[in-house]
Design a binder for this molecule. Structure first.
Ligand code: PMP
Length: 402
């Protein structure tokens, strides 16, 4: 017998299991609305032309090499990424109280935050929205947080944000607890608080002395406008919070498997930045030693060149706009086909996902009977819809809820 014979089988990772089932499924009508990855109207992944241009330059450049990066990552990338989310003239940047650490996607920034807080902030309580992106809880618990708490977020009856519940739960959070906030385009619900509600959330976080981690995986994806999608982050910085922002470039650069992210650190004063960076480096050194170069190089080259930046912005808008069109089209078809329900929530939601309101049983019918792969909590990726499959999906919804 193996020395590992007592190793237990863990739970499956739903979204990856769905992708595998989808690729093995031989049904002609199959649709993948599981994974949050952009697809063209042909249902294909899209390498952004701007990314391709820069990649060609990189591969033609004989002066580049594969030397190790610094532990905290590529300096040009970290600076440009922080400026993208905060705005380059943000007082926090001008006052030298911002640092960026290159990490493995948004996930890496969340993990690094959890490890850092656990070791240097004496905190082991985290609050996540109910529901939230499936990995938030597991990342924090694997980093040693003993209390993974939920604050109410989704009102399943009214298909919107349960703002009273949210406020009540955050008001009861203990001082020093970390609160994960979705900076834009909440995953999985697609419902964000209004700016007025964000102001009230900030009041509670300030009064209760909570620590905000802003998870920003969708800058540009929600509205198609990078500035508009940064407004919650900038509002919190303006209010004077010390906070971290886990930025991901998976979606807005289409660099999913390059694992590129920036943990942007904003403090009240510049003097603490070197200590924080040094502790971050120690953790990074033990987890991945130093990050990979390719994605960072691409992002840095695009953000540093005004012409490239403009081109990339328009490609981000192309993705956001196709998703918005699919939202509208799905809504129209649901109405035309008189599928029971108002479906207004589909239009109110923003970003890559829609929380359809389908129950677990109905979602299961979508997957098992109709080969429409979606999460059992009712979440669909709008990016998986196309002008060709939207009728099929709406008919499947009609069948599932009848
Ligand atoms: N946070 C949220 C809210 C997400 O939706 C995602 C990606 N699905 C991530 C973080 C992780 O992003 P990455 O793939 O860059 O690690």
């Amino acid at each position: 017998a193996s020395i590992f014979s007592n190793v237990k089988m863990g739970p499956t990772i739903e979204v990856f299991a769905l992708t595998k089932r989808f690729s093995e499924d031989t049904n002609q009508n199959k649709v993948n609305l599981g994974v949050g990855a952009y697809r063209t109207d042909e249902g294909k992944p899209w390498v952004l032309p701007m990314v391709k241009t820069v990649e060609n330059q990189i591969s033609a450049d004989m002066t580049l090499n594969h030397e190790y990066l610094p532990v905290a990552g590529l300096p040009a990338f970290r600076t440009a990424a922080s400026a993208l989310i905060l705005g380059k003239d943000n007082p926090a940047i001008l006052e030298n109280r911002v640092e960026g650490i290159q990490v493995q996607g948004g996930t890496g920034g969340i993990r690094l935050t959890a490890e850092f807080l656990k070791r240097n902030f004496g905190s082991d309580v985290v609050y996540v929205s109910k529901p939230t992106w499936g990995n938030h809880k597991t990342v924090f618990s694997h980093a040693g947080f003993s209390q993974i708490k939920e604050y109410r977020y989704w009102d399943a009856k009214n298909l919107g944000v349960d703002f009273e519940g949210l406020k009540e739960d955050l008001q009861n959070a203990p001082e020093g607890a970390c609160v994960i906030l979705h900076a834009v385009a909440h995953n999985p619900t697609g419902n964000d608080p209004t700016m007025d509600q964000w102001a009230q959330i900030a009041d509670i976080i300030e009064a209760r002395k909570l620590f905000p981690l802003l998870d920003c995986a969708y800058q540009g994806f929600a509205t198609g406008d990078l500035e508009a999608d940064a407004q919650v982050v900038r509002y919190f910085v303006k209010r004077g919070f010390e906070l971290f922002i886990a930025q991901s470039f998976s979606k807005n650069f289409g660099l999913y498997n390059e694992r590129i992210g920036n943990l942007c650190i904003v403090t009240k004063t510049p003097d603490v930045i070197p200590q924080i960076r040094s502790q971050m480096e120690i953790i990074a050194r033990t987890m991945w030693s130093n990050p990979s170069h390719h994605g960072a190089r691409i992002v840095a080259m695009v953000l540093a060149n005004p012409a490239y930046f403009e081109e990339w912005k328009s490609q981000v808008a192309t993705m956001a706009n196709r998703i918005k069109e699919m939202r509208q089209m799905m809504f129209n078809k649901l109405r035309q086909k008189k599928v029971p329900g108002s479906w207004n929530h589909i239009l109110q939601q923003i970003g890559m996902f829609s929380f359809t309101g389908l129950t677990q049983d109905q979602s299961r019918v979508m997957v098992e009977k109709h080969h429409v792969f979606m999460l059992l909590n009712g979440r669909i990726s709008m990016a998986g819809l196309t002008t060709k499959n939207v009728d099929y999906v709406v008919d499947a919804i009609q069948d599932a809820i009848s």
